[in-house]
Design a protein around this ligand. Sequence first.
Ligand SMILES: *Cc1c(COP(=O)(O)O)cnc(C)c1O
Length: 367
Amino acid sequence: MILMNDFKADPFEMTDAVMKSVERVITSGRYVLGPELEKFESSWAEFCQSKTAVGVANGMDAIELMLRSANVGEGDEVITTPMTAFASVLAIIRSGATPVLADIDSNTALLSIDSVTRCLSKKTKAILLVHLYGHIAKMDEWVSFCKANNLILFEDCAQAHMASLGGKVAGSFGLAGAYSFYPTKNLGAVGDAGAVVTSNEEMAERVRVLRNYGQSVRYCHPDAGMNSRLDEIQAAILSEKLKWLKVFTNQRRFIATQYNKRINNNFVDLMSAPEHEDAHVHHLYVIKSVCRDKLQNYLLNCGIQTLIHYPIPIHHQTPCLSLGRDPQGLIKSENHSKVCLSLPCHPHMTQNQIDKVIDTVNAFNGS
Ligand SMILES: *Cc1c(COP(=O)(O)O)cnc(C)c1O
């Protein structure tokens, strides 16, 4: 079976270094909020061209804490996309703010500025831009749109580690960016982990306080925070794996380039190419097909695992049925959810596996 992710195929050199780093932490006797976290935070901040990175427990908390640290909460509306992981929207709800859903651009499946414009109200405080599938686009337009409308720009970078446009990295365009290091992400821990990146030192300090019960100095709690710390073992593992992120990202791009060039089937449409190669890190390689479910079954029978990102748009999820949305509806998101299919695109795929995926997709005859 060709898998969507194949951690057992991680290079021995990396796994060996990861094991040694775990041993180092265990024997150090320091397990929470220690030197491994500080080390990872400073390398991740540098990587993200932000002044600071603050490690937290997961990507969803990173979004919630990013909003809270900027005083976005009750009474504020945050516009985002219904074509994302549920966590993006749940984090807005958890912050106390109200999510409002705008539609996507059908070529990229990314948030549409026109639709966001229709969602603006007096209460709109921020945009949560999701770099879906690892693709960042039109950042100049988003930055000026937010400036013109006096809105805060937040980035959900959970799928976009290392994506860059005009030399700027995901998470550095807006006030802050939220990262997830869930195992399947382009940089993944061995468990849950996340981070907020920002160049606003005041906000970073606020996240540090909020992730640790709202504690400023020991036993003093000026804020009702949460427990969302990133532990030393995961931080040490992330520092080791970070050394491989460039190589792995290049490999994802190599696979995507072959798919782009060689997938050719009347029942299959490709997504729009990025403005520039650096702008896409192919966390997911997504194709579209009007006979998506048949294609998925056929691929599975041929030994190829696929997934759907995402089969149910957020506004059809029970807790989100009454959320505000584009008055013209969210039709493009609905259509996308019916046709999208994610093919295996992980960095350990062999050339044989890449060829097999391409040949099998090309041989699909619609039934
Ligand atoms: C994975 C993901 C999240 C949530 O990250 P967790 O670490 O699982 O909490 C948020 N947004 C997007 C777009 C994601 O892909």
